[in-house]
Design a protein. Structure first.
Length: 517
């Protein structure tokens, strides 16, 4: 009986659109103001922040302004819409009076809707509606009055050089910051709304004469295929549009810096902005992009090259150091000097756990400590982090639970993991680290090498919107292969990365570059 319940074929699943009970359907705007207002009130229910301001004359009600007080700046609405209408002293509205009324409004942008459902969706997005008696269309305008965070420096991608602006949760502010950089009519801003309930505004940005049209078309197709009740953050879209949803590695790039978005657009890539999210999505992306920062191009190219080597070495250390430590001590001690093995072994005489268990416990404790520090109040985080770390380390060594060498290895691994320039990439490598840890601790150097080849093979199979994830190494792009390790000077990197297949390969006059040399 239990077996039949568990493996019983599922019932027919209804589509998201059919399961959602929309309170208002597509219908034409009624000629009666009161009828339209009553339909909106019935569809939205008893909303505490729904305001209906009737406009009356000698002949009765001739109009109504409908808005949500929680999303609208009522002062601006009163000054630019309600007061001008009252000053007209209208007694009755005829069809010929509507253009005259429209011209009397001092709003900067005016929309019209002939469908009541579209007007209601606009109302729920923070817009205001003006119904006029006898009018076939409803006038709509927006006076944002919702609370929002001011533009601040990026928290997750801080640098000493470059712009200090970071993206915010308001999509129009993010578009404005990008437009301030790229003053080009070829910059395309295309909107799409995702989410049956949240109706989240999403913007696709690209340079029309640079970005590959096939990639732009693929982005729109994947966004249109998303059928979900709501989008809360850009991470929802990042997961749903990825080429491989089962991989650990991020196949799209997320950033909080507008200058990084601008740099990607100039390379011929596509940016996706999501309302209510301070992170922009950049596609396509290769693995090498996660180790580059905008600051690389703000420093001297020799200094930037040194920083790139540091990030690569730090990432390699964070991934392989624990597994290598276990491999050479537990399985292949003949590969290290006997004196070193003797010193490390003498420190583990009193340790009750095998080296694999000891290292795993130490790393997991540091992971817990790191995760907790994110949620500890900032005013005590520094004190608790330093004092707690020192006391825990000394206590663990003195009690004989952990050796000093293992603690140093775990600390260096955790510290080196922060050298990755992208948080999502670093999180993926954190999980891969444990796979290499068990491989090295069980099968030694051979197991560590085979595990590394498995990870590399998996990376070689990944694609980001049709672009090889291991580019520019596969397929090989000689110039980009050099640029992955070195920050080439501008007079040697006058062409856009060919891996993204841009329409225009040159981004700088080659003759000018030769003159600069």
């Amino acid at each position: 009986m239990l077996f039949e319940k568990l493996f019983k074929p599922p019932k027919k699943v209804l589509s998201l659109e059919s399961r959602r009970q929309s309170p208002i359907q597509h219908q034409a705007v009624d000629l009666s103001v009161e009828t339209n207002v009553q339909k909106i009130i019935q569809s939205l229910g008893n909303q505490a922040d729904l305001v209906v301001h009737y406009l009356t004359g000698d002949a009765g009600i001739y109009g109504a302004v409908v808005y949500l007080s929680s999303l609208t700046n009522s002062r601006l609405l009163s000054e630019q819409v309600i007061k001008p209408l009252k000053n007209l002293r209208i007694s009755k509205v005829t069809q010929t009076d509507i253009p005259f009324i429209t011209n009397a409004l001092t709003v900067s942008a005016l929309n019209k809707f002939s469908d009541l459902k579209e007007a209601t969706d606009y109302l729920l997005s923070g817009g205001s509606l003006l119904f006029l008696q006898g009018a076939e269309d409803v006038l709509a305008f927006c006076f944002p009055g919702f609370p929002k965070r001011q533009v601040q420096e990026s928290i997750t991608e801080q640098t000493l050089e470059g712009a200090k602006e970071g993206l915010t949760e308001v999509i129009n502010d993010n578009i404005a910051m990008i437009r301030r950089w790229i003053k080009d009519p070829n910059l395309q801003v295309e909107k799409v709304f995702i989410g049956e309930r949240t109706n989240t505004e999403t913007v696709v940005m690209y340079l029309k004469d640079v970005a590959n049209p096939d990639i732009v078309s693929e982005v729109h197709q994947r966004l249109k295929k998303i059928k979900i009740d709501g989008i809360v953050e850009s991470g929802y879209i990042s997961e749903l549009i990825s080429d491989n949803r089962l991989t650990l590695f991020p196949l799209v790039q997320e950033t909080e810096r507008p200058d990084k978005v601008v740099a990607a657009l100039l390379e011929g890539r596509v940016a996706i902005l999501v309302d209510q999210s301070p992170f922009a999505i950049i596609v396509p992306v290769t693995s090498a992009e996660f180790y580059q920062t905008p600051a690389d191009f703000y420093y001297n190219y020799w200094v930037a090259t040194f920083f790139r080597f540091l990030r690569a070495f730090g990432t390699l250390t964070a991934i392989t150091l624990p597994g290598l430590y276990l491999a050479v001590l537990s399985v292949n001690p003949e590969l290290v000097p006997p004196r070193l093995v003797q010193v490390i072994s003498s420190g583990r005489v009193q340790i009750p756990f095998p080296l694999l268990v000891e290292t795993l416990i130490t790393l997991l404790i540091l992971e817990i400590f790191r995760e907790a520090s994110v949620r500890i109040p900032a005013n005590i985080n520094l004190i608790l982090g330093i004092a707690g770390g020192i006391l825990m380390g000394l206590g663990a060594i003195e009690s004989g639970l952990v050796s000093g060498t293992t603690l140093v290895i775990a600390f260096l691994t955790t510290l080196a993991s922060f050298s990755t320039a992208n948080n999502h990439k670093e999180q993926a490598w954190r999980l891969v680290r444990y796979f290499l840890l068990f491989a090295g601790g069980t099968f030694g150097i051979l197991g560590l090498t085979l595990a590394g080849l498995v990870v590399l093979t998996h990376l070689a199979t990944l694609k980001s919107f049709g672009i090889s994830y291991l580019g520019p190494w596969a397929p090989p792009q000689p110039v980009d292969m050099i640029d992955a390790f070195f920050r080439l000077p501008w007079w040697l990197s006058h062409r856009r990365p060919p891996i993204y297949r841009p329409q225009q390969e040159d981004r700088m006059d080659n003759t000018l570059c030769e003159d600069e040399k």
